[in-house]
Ligand binder design. Structure first.
Ligand SMILES: [Zn+2]
Length: 298
């Protein structure tokens, strides 16, 4: 039987009450693997496209034809927001000519709009090219905020697909419970952890969650690479202290390696995002790598 005739038979059978009506799965596009992990956890049956690889910089992604194709047929776009994707997502969505996923519509969801943000409206140094003018967008490195985002996303999915509302909500609850269970263990492992020197202000939500000290950043301003003079000043400020340096794969390793050598600190290269096929458990395992990198430097 050809595909259409199988479908027709199924539709007729459903109409006659012989089998359950065909529920169309949501078609979702997630900008980052962390957002993809939430979508998989809430809606394992959704058709999901994740736009960025875990080692890519979401500030600087290039809009590709495959991306625009995915956006064209999406029911829902799950972005991190707070202008993290401002350099490419609005243009790609516009090219996709799909009004349901434009900002302000039910089909556009921003994680950063669901939780309190850090570094809002104060010191953004726009003149020097600060890439965080709307506050720090990197909320996905805080597991507690991720649980809140999951609950808000479940509500959004429930509105778009009421038939599966209960499933989305219970999956969000299960993820929040898993986060709650994990936090005390992580806290215990971090008791003697040293402060952290980041390349970019991308893990500040994680550091704040666990009362860890941010010793500084390799970049003088978010999105602006350091000069030799910046690095000299940073090294002389930190000499004699203990710490660990963490940078993402999309950053140049040169400056972190040099600072690590000069200070005698461990230097760790860690992606911000979980693997591209991760679900909620995969996200928690990824956060475990972050906790381990910091705890084992103590
Ligand atoms: Zn950033």
């Amino acid at each position: 039987m050809k595909r259409w005739s199988i479908l027709l038979a199924a539709v007729l059978a459903a109409g006659l009450g012989l089998m359950p009506a065909i529920a169309l799965a949501l078609n979702v596009v997630a900008t980052s693997p962390s957002m993809g992990a939430l979508v998989r956890t809430l809606a394992p049956n959704a058709k999901l496209t994740v736009l960025a690889e875990p080692d890519q910089d979401l500030h600087m992604l290039q809009a590709k034809p495959s991306m625009i194709r995915a956006l064209r047929s999406a029911d829902l776009v799950v972005a991190i927001g707070a202008e993290l994707e401002v350099g490419w997502l609005p243009a790609a969505s516009k090219s996709a000519v799909n009004p349901v996923i434009l900002p302000g519509r039910e089909g556009y969801f921003e994680a950063a709009a669901q939780v309190p943000l850090l570094e809002v409206g104060g010191t953004a140094d726009r003149a020097r090219g600060d890439v965080h003018p709307a506050g720090n967008p990197h909320v996905d490195l805080d597991p507690v905020r991720m649980a809140q985002i999951a609950e808000a996303l479940a509500e959004r999915m429930a509105r778009l697909d009421p038939a599966n509302a209960a499933r989305y909500r219970s999956n969000a609850k299960r993820f929040a419970t898993a986060v709650d269970r994990q936090i005390p263990e992580w806290q215990a492992r971090l008791v003697d952890a040293p402060g952290v020197l980041l390349y970019h202000r991308d893990a500040i939500y994680l550091l704040e969650r666990f009362n860890l000290t941010l010793l500084g950043t390799i970049e003088p301003v978010p999105g602006v690479p350091p000069s030799g003079r910046d690095l000299k000043a940073l090294i002389s400020k930190l000499r004699g202290k203990d710490g660990v340096i963490i940078y993402a794969p999309h950053h140049s390793p040169k400056a972190p390696q040099k600072v690590g050598r000069d200070l005698g600190w461990p230097v760790v290269r860690l992606p911000l995002d979980p693997p591209i096929d991760a679900n909620g458990d995969g996200y928690l395992r990824h956060m475990d790598r972050w906790i381990d990198a910091i705890a084992s430097a103590g």
